[in-house]
Design a binder for this molecule. Structure first.
Ligand code: NAP
Length: 240
């Protein structure tokens, strides 16, 4: 059986992707870092669609933990493989560069870039051998434009967009597509504390996006119909 693995699936955009894909009949593995209660809520929502599902907690920045979790799952499921991956786990820790401490720089880059490397490498071989795979990387408008106060986050997401384009060319012949999605402001825990009323004035659509809207785009990129789209970065930002 084919499974989808979503990193950071406990909340926000990752949860919406898990639920959307379960509604389309996909079996789903839900990764998270520490928030077991929220991950269980996602699992319950996914299981309501009658698909196979499980929790796979690990810190995406910890290569040994990633390999142990994914290797352990694969060993326990020899007939199954992870055919689709959404590298969605991400954090932000904003500050002007002049005030940005080394920890904030490293944590944000590591979660996005080491996370992409660790998790993608752990699932890529079965996709290539099976000659079918889908990878979607959760980038950001910040990685395309650069946003003040987000030098760490912009660098991480810009790097992720570039890695997407490189890997896409490596595996296209094996029928594995690799794309990225660049959301603007999406209503999740991550944007709590931002001045929504003020920011809305800058968004042509005059509102924040919903996680389900991002999930619909991800679902298309994970579908059979999207087989000829690879190496792309698709914005979803209300015109921002
Ligand atoms: P969120 O609500 O803050 O959720 C973040 C998710 O990532 C949680 O599931 C969290 O797990 C997980 N996570 C964080 N660090 C992790 C780690 N080291 N290992 C494993 N999982 C980890 O964020 P969101 O808004 O849904 O964002 C999801 C993705 O979209 C991120 O990559 C973000 O950069 C990107 N994005 C968001 C927006 C936006 O406006 N919301 C815009 C552009 C891009 P726990 O629950 O265990 O903490």
């Amino acid at each position: 059986m084919k499974y989808l693995l979503v990193t950071g699936g406990s909340r926000g955009i990752g949860r919406a992707v898990c639920v959307k894909m379960a509604s389309l009949g996909w079996n789903v593995l839900i990764n998270y870092a520490s928030n077991a209660a929220r991950a269980q809520e996602t699992l319950d929502a996914v299981c309501a669609f009658g698909v196979q599902a499980g929790l796979l907690p690990f810190d995406v920045t910890d290569a040994a933990a990633v390999n142990a979790a994914i290797g352990g799952w694969q060993a326990a499921h020899p007939e199954d493989y992870i055919a689709a991956l959404v590298n969605n786990a991400g954090v932000r820790d904003d500050n002007l560069l002049i005030w940005m401490e080394p920890d904030a720089w490293r944590k944000v880059l590591s979660t996005t870039l080491d996370g992409f490397y660790n998790v993608t490498r752990a699932v890529l071989q079965p996709m290539v051998l099976s000659k079918w795979g889908r990878i979607v990387n959760m980038a950001s408008l910040s990685g395309l434009k650069g946003l003040p106060g987000q030098a760490n986050y912009s660098a991480a997401k810009g790097g992720l967009i570039a890695a997407t384009k490189a890997l896409a060319q490596e595996v296209a012949r094996k029928k594995v597509t690799v794309n990225s999605v660049a959301p603007g402001f999406i209503r999740t825990d991550m944007v709590e504390g931002l001045d929504e009323a003020e920011l809305r004035k800058t968004i042509p659509a005059a509102r924040f996006g919903e996680p389900e809207e991002v999930a619909a785009l991800v679902a298309f990129l994970l579908s059979e119909e999207a087989a000829y789209i690879t190496g792309e970065c698709i914005g979803i930002d209300g015109g921002l």
